[in-house]
Design a binder for this molecule. Structure first.
Ligand code: UD1
Ligand code: CA
Length: 432
């Protein structure tokens, strides 16, 4: 919509969040809090987005939101002051204001707001929501169907504390009218900040109509504290998992699992309990992820069995019909088809062929103290239990490694490699 510039306010101090850096760069399901609303804003006004940031979070936000114009608000003098910083950059007829700390907002709700704004005589429209826990939010005072005033928590009179209709912070307005009146917003006496919602009182006194639409509370929640963060994260997790279940993914205990925003799972996959899936992991048809497994930045092909208690680290690829069992860690490795690594192993910086069997307790010794070294294990190799494979190393096709070996040289194909001292049996010599 080319007649709208979206402004995202992201200059707050995050005081209530009690973190060492801006709450807005904190990952929410793997994506910075601010990126959630940024991605939504892109769907409304394309590249026409301005971010108001502060001196401290500018660099980080620039890295995260690399396509946007950032404007610094030097002192955090409130949301009205923050909007004033972008005055000279807003060229479009209308301005849409979003808060960086409300990540669950849905595109369809903003479209509904824009539609209401454009089809009514109002010069500003906002999104409100009803909640049983209004504490902390600005409350709407109405005159018929129009907004007369928004009263912030600290200014509420006792009887106003019962109002459940709250300001979401999302506002669209005629650009000129907003900036013409913004300067009349005075500093709040208690907080020493200038509040953007005070624009409502100024407009209504001048008979400039402001209306509102009401949206679901769940999508309007703001993150001020870590407690809020937790509530929002649980809502997002439930949403992701619900969508997968609808699509045919079977979660045995959905409430115990964690997914990131970019997790991809195909229908007919089963996910057991306490599974964590992060960093752009993809799981293909028919695979089972058993309990307590931790998967990051990897692609798991069709019909694999992973876990219980397996760890798959970035960047790994697990080929079709392979089995990665309990207490197995795979890191930066490509595993072929029909491979079995069933128990207690570490496979790192390795390329493994098809139909390879890795016995229990096998370790690829990939670190020589200075550098990570590669291991290549070709098709049909059988590695006996408790072997140490010292990289760099190539074990060629169809070879077998005897249990308990320490392999330090390349092994040719069709060979048996053993590294073992002779077993001595001394009769009747058992120490007493
Ligand atoms: C704000 C609204 C409140 C609404 C609630 C919804 C005000 C005064 N109050 O309260 O009516 O119910 O959001 O979640 O607007 N920010 C700046 N510069 C500043 C201050 C804040 O950029 O000087 C940014 C923050 O980074 C944040 C947003 O503006 O993204 C909102 O500020 P915050 O302090 O969180 O306001 P709330 O108290 O949540
Ligand atoms: Ca807030």
């Amino acid at each position: 919509m080319s007649d709208i510039t979206t402004v995202i306010l992201a200059a707050g101090n995050s005081t209530r969040f009690k973190a060492s850096k801006s709450k807005l760069v904190y990952p929410l399901c793997g994506l910075p809090i601010v990126s959630h609303i940024f991605n939504t804003a892109k769907k409304i006004s394309g590249k026409n987005i301005l971010i108001v940031c502060n001196d401290k979070n500018k660099e980080e936000l620039e890295l995260i939101l690399n396509t946007s114009k950032l404007v610094v608000q030097k002192k955090q003098k409130g949301t009205a002051d923050a909007i004033e910083q972008v005055k000279k950059y807003v060229k479009s007829k209308n301005i849409l204001i979003l808060f960086g700390d409300t990540p669950l907002v849905e595109v369809k709700d903003i479209r509904k707001l824009v539609n209401k704004f454009k089809t009514s005589k109002a010069k500003a429209s906002l999104i409100a929501f009803n909640t049983l826990k209004p504490h902390g939010y600005g409350r709407l005072l109405l005159n018929n169907k129009y907004v007369e005033e928004i009263v912030e928590q600290i200014n509420l009179k006792p009887e106003q504390k019962k109002i459940n209709l709250c300001n979401s912070g999302i506002l669209i307005a005629n650009t000129k009218l907003l900036f013409d009146n913004l300067k009349n917003i005075k500093e709040n006496k208690i907080k020493k900040e200038r509040y953007l919602p005070d624009i409502c009182k100024i407009f209504s006194k001048k008979n400039i109509p402001i209306n509102y639409i009401e949206c679901k509370e769940e999508t309007m929640l703001g993150i001020n504290t870590l407690e809020d963060f937790n509530v929002v994260q649980n809502i997002l997790q439930k949403k992701y998992i619900k969508n997968f279940i609808k699509n045919g993914v079977n979660f045995l205990k959905p409430n115990t699992c964690y997914l990131s925003y970019d997790t991809k799972i195909e229908p007919t996959v089963t996910i057991e309990s306490n599974v964590t899936i992060k960093n752009n992991t993809q799981i293909k048809k028919g695979t089972i992820i058993k309990s307590n497994s931790y998967l990051e930045g990897s692609l798991i092909e069709e019909n694999c069995i992973i876990g219980p208690s397996a760890r798959i680290r970035p960047v790994s690829f697990i080929g079709m019909n392979s089995k990665i069992g309990n207490f197995v860690e795979i890191k930066n490795s490509k595993i072929g088809k029909h491979v079995a690594i069933s128990h207690l192993s570490y496979v790192g910086d390795t390329i493994l062929g098809n139909k390879v069997n890795i016995g229990a307790g096998t370790i690829t010794c990939n670190y020589d103290g200075k550098k990570k070294q590669k291991t290549i294990i070709e098709d049909n190799v059988f590695v006996g239990s408790n072997s140490s494979l010292v990289a760099p190393l190539i074990i060629k096709k169809n070879s077998k490694i005897g249990a308990g070996s320490v392999i330090t040289k390349n092994i040719p194909n069709n060979s048996l490699a053993l590294e073992r001292s002779d077993l001595k049996i001394l009769r009747n010599k058992r120490s007493k």
